[in-house]
Design a protein around this ligand. Structure first.
Ligand SMILES: Nc1ncnc2c1ncn2[C@@H]1O[C@H](COP(=O)(O)OP(=O)(O)O)[C@@H](O)[C@H]1O
Ligand SMILES: [Mg+2]
Length: 340
């Protein structure tokens, strides 16, 4: 098998709590691969460290340790113009397109500026490229003279994607790229990522708390909880046969399109709050909320391979099916409630 385009190895990014000085272990040993031309999903509840991981990959946060290998080069070790040139090949798409565009720049000016930064000195070449980039994101060329406020949210996000493409990247790290948009246009933006993959061979790390959105585009998905990856697999494996209790709980909250299945859907409600990343549980991070936790879970779970592509970090990977557990089957207060 060919080497991944981007390999994240045991990456840690911690913050310091300004009040107590304690370490906030936002991203705490994440290993993740993205192949060329692949859309990879990264899902998990708010606060689990998805943005921190994405921002560290593109250099917006500083890694404490670990590796980011891109095309065989160790990105964290690269300095100066070489480092900047490599970093430009990995572009970041922000959640809110309005705040990531300048209100005083037209769309054409914003993309033009990105082309200049990327070293394109020739004005007429840039003009031609702007038209190409707008076409790549399915926006009409007449929009070049518009200001961000004169566009819809979906159009603005397309502009942000066009501006990122100006750097001729190999990977887009998209942090909740549709969560600020109308539900009706979310799928259109997801289709755009599929089009960019098919037309340009663009790889994407698609970060979202919404599992249904990720399912529309991602070939493989990683599930994150409290700074760590809990499970990874192809979309078919992860959505069809989730092996980690946390993934099963997350998925049980996703409405199903088939009405018969939707009526039978049982929602697994996890009790308790996500623990603080300043003081995560020892062993399995999920054990304080896991309905099937055992004393063994106080030790760190090894990676259990269910197939060549499907891995769950759980001592009981694939052995439990929370959805089949009967409501009120447990008496302990922290255990699962299944809504039928
Ligand atoms: N700059 C920062 N300083 C301190 N804590 C931060 C900072 N950025 C994120 N965090 C904390 O790190 C954890 C992970 O945050 P984040 O990566 O934004 O999660 P997600 O994107 O999954 O919602 C949270 O507990 C958050 O409060
Ligand atoms: Mg986030």
């Amino acid at each position: 098998m060919s080497k991944p385009l981007l390999s994240i190895v045991d990456l840690k990014t911690h913050f310091r709590d300004s009040r107590t000085g304690a370490d906030i272990r936002a991203c705490d040993g994440v290993t993740l691969d993205i192949n060329a031309g692949e859309i990879v999903g990264l899902v998990g509840e708010s606060g689990c460290g998805k943005s921190t991981l994405g921002r560290t990959i593109v250099g917006l946060e500083r890694a404490r340790s670990g590796q980011i290998r891109f095309r065989g080069e160790e990105v964290l070790a690269l300095r100066g113009s070489r480092g900047a040139a490599t970093r430009r090949k990995i572009q970041y798409i922000f959640q809110d397109p309005l705040s990531s565009l300048s209100p005083r720049q037209t769309i054409g000016e914003a993309i033009d500026e990105a082309l200049v930064i990327n070293g394109e000195g020739n004005r007429s070449a840039r003009r031609a490229r702007i038209a190409e980039l707008l076409e790549a994101v399915s926006l009409p060329a007449q929009l070049t003279d518009r200001y961000p406020r004169e566009m819809s949210g979906g159009q603005r996000q397309r502009v942000c994607i066009a501006r990122a493409l100006a750097a001729d990247p190999d990977v887009l790290v998209c942090d909740e790229p549709v969560s600020s948009l109308d539900v009706s246009i979310r799928a259109q933006i997801m289709n755009l990522f599929l089009k960019l993959r098919d037309d340009l061979g663009m790889a994407c790390l698609l970060i979202a708390h919404d599992l249904a959105i990720v399912r529309l585009a991602a070939q493989r998905v990683y599930v994150m909880y409290l700074g760590k990856i809990m499970e990874q697999g192809t979309s078919a494996e992860l959505y069809g046969h989730p092996a980690h209790p946390y993934t099963q709980a997350l998925l049980s909250a996703v409405p199903l399109t088939n009405p018969v299945q939707e009526l039978a859907r049982r929602r697994i409600l996890l009790s308790g709050d996500v623990p603080s990343p300043m003081n995560p549980p020892s062993g399995c991070r999920f054990r304080s909320r896991c309905p099937v936790a055992q004393p063994l879970c106080e030790t760190f779970p090894p990676a259990a391979a269910l197939s060549a592509s499907h891995v769950a970090h759980c001592h009981f990977a694939g052995e439990c099916d929370l959805a089949s557990i009967k409501a009120n089957a447990f008496s302990a207060p922290h255990l699962v409630h299944v809504q039928g």
